[in-house]
Design a protein around this ligand. Structure first.
Ligand code: SF4
Length: 200
């Protein structure tokens, strides 16, 4: 890539991660963005500006996709802030390699985009991991400070229910900064939604 914008593609564990945006509708108090400039093999996940779609594809040319089994959209921003580019880039990736593609999301893509994004993920995205983080809307507001306010929590749950119709693997996660009681309440919510549950 001719201009260094920041690290869009980086390795984390055995997977290829894609940091396609720094836009995010939340300001989570535990967000790694506030603690470090980078993760994995990245030098900086802070982008000097939002890369164009053409620049995302251009950067892909420098990646050996065959070296990975999994590609994860996750960086210093919320991937569904650029859902159209995310879908098109995934199609481009899948035309080049046989990889599983996962989105790590705050689950607010419907509010961000103003329409239900789940149908667009069908036959494109293999896995979605939704950040649940708390067991109720008030706690979510206090911890994640969503720009859409108190309705965000229910929107995140509704997205999780909806996306199960279109994506084969759906899971919810919490970060271990919350109490064990809260973790168990979140586990129960994931059980009720019939999705996997993970503590990060
Ligand atoms: S939703 Fe993700 S990227 Fe956005 S502030 Fe929260 S942890 Fe950070």
């Amino acid at each position: 890539m001719s201009e260094y914008i920041g690290d869009i593609y980086y390795d984390y564990g055995n997977s290829l991660y894609i940091n396609m945006t720094n836009l995010c509708s939340n300001r989570c108090e535990f967000c790694i963005r506030d603690m470090a400039d980078s993760l994995g093999t990245a030098n900086s996940l802070w982008l000097k500006r939002e890369p164009t779609y053409e620049e995302l594809v251009e950067g892909l040319a420098e990646v050996d996709l065959d070296a990975y089994k999994e590609v994860v959209f996750c960086g210093y921003g919320e991937p569904t802030e650029r859902v159209e580019d995310l879908i098109n880039l995934t199609k481009e990736i899948k035309s080049r390699a046989d990889v599983i593609v996962r989105i790590n999301t705050n689950g607010l893509g419907d509010l961000i985009n103003g329409y239900k994004i789940s149908p667009k993920l069908e036959n494109v995205i293999d896995s979605v991991s939704v950040s649940l983080n708390t067991s109720n809307a008030e706690a979510y507001n206090d911890l994640c400070h969503p720009e859409f306010g108190i309705k965000s929590y229910q929107a995140m749950l509704d997205f999780t229910e909806e996306v199960k119709k279109y994506v084969p693997d759906v899971r919810m996660s919490v970060v271990s900064v919350i109490s064990s009681k809260e973790i168990e309440e979140c586990r129960e919510i994931a059980n009720q939604l019939d999705v996997k549950f993970m503590v990060r």
